[in-house]
Design a protein around this ligand. Structure first.
Ligand code: FMN
Length: 287
């Protein structure tokens, strides 16, 4: 046991120092910017910047489900809450040692969550067309992250699986039906937490959107982008009066099958669970 070790001088890193992470370390090497590969990457960037058609392709960075039934959100009304209050109240439900309330959230809350985390915030006229900018930053404005909504208990939205159209701030219906929550929960190592949530947002990355420009380094950028989106979801969700929790405990390929997406071109990254807020301020220590 580790209990005899001096807690001042040891960390997990020291205690498990014999673990072999050489594959991770090797892959990380490939994602570094070096004096050698900067030439190749810069050439690609210049090629894109110098061609109107390529610029237009680059700015069309969202997936669509043509012909799908569209769901509109209620008119957006910004929550009147201080930024500092949001930061200090943001919490993962697991930190509070409890599950979600197993009660509905409403469409306005879901709309605030998606709009303030990944919705449109600006349009720029570019040589190749209009470049849409969103609530969360993205390396090169390539937006490799796609958001799916598995709706379990959302007032005003039929249970089912949807894809978020960020530019129009709409949902595209992938399928409808009860039983989504049980199905989704079975794909997580945090089954009970999922079983009490009202909806799950699933983040995927269309990796080639970023790799095509930044090569292997783009892999890192896609991860950074996803991390930025999850923090935005936390903050927007807190502002919208939701309980929240990121969900890394999902079986990647099983979730891809659930989403009906390609696990290689568009790997699943993270889940994000929401439910109505059931307690007051959720910070554990006074700010
Ligand atoms: C990438 C990522 C994955 C996470 N996955 C899980 C998870 O699978 N289950 C869980 O209970 N919490 C998960 N969390 C929540 C963290 O455990 C939580 O953020 C951390 O304990 C700090 O607590 P706080 O968010 O309340 O500040 C995840 C957070 C992140 C950023």
């Amino acid at each position: 046991m580790a209990s005899h070790l001096d807690e001042q001088s040891y960390s997990l890193v020291d205690f498990f120092e014999d673990d072999d992470f050489s594959e991770t370390e090797t892959f990380h090497e490939y994602t570094k910017l070096t004096r050698r590969n900067v030439v190749h990457i810069s050439r690609r960037v210049e090629e894109i910047k110098g061609d109107r058609a390529l610029l237009a392709m680059m700015s069309r960075s969202w997936k669509t489900y043509p012909g799908s039934a569209i769901v509109e959100f209620p008119p957006f009304k910004a929550p009147s809450v201080e930024f500092a209050e949001v930061v200090f109240h943001r919490r993962s439900i697991s930190s509070l040692g409890r599950d979600f309330a197993d009660a509905p959230v409403d469409m306005a809350q879901l709309g605030i969550l998606l709009r303030m985390a990944y919705g449109p915030t600006a349009r720029m006229q570019m040589p190749g067309g209009v470049q849409h900018l969103r609530a969360t930053t993205s390396a090169g404005a390539l937006y490799p992250t796609e958001l799916y909504v598995a709706a379990f208990k959302v007032d005003g939205l039929a249970a089912g699986l949807y894809h978020y159209r960020p530019i129009e701030h709409q949902l595209e219906t992938i399928r409808l039906g009860e039983g989504e929550r049980a199905r989704f929960s079975a794909l997580s190592s945090y089954e009970q937490m999922c079983r009490t949530s009202s909806a799950a947002i699933v983040m995927t990355s269309l990796l080639r959107r970023t790799l095509a420009k930044y090569q292997h380094r783009g892999y890192r950028f896609a991860m950074y982008d996803c991390g930025a989106v999850v923090q935005s979801l936390y903050l927007a969700g807190t502002a919208a009066g939701l309980d929240t929790c990121a969900l890394g405990g999902i079986y990647d390929d099983e979730v891809s099958a659930y989403l009906e997406t390609n696990p290689v071109d568009e790997p699943v990254q993270l889940g994000f669970l929401i439910g109505p807020r059931t307690s007051g301020p959720t910070h554990l220590v006074e700010p």
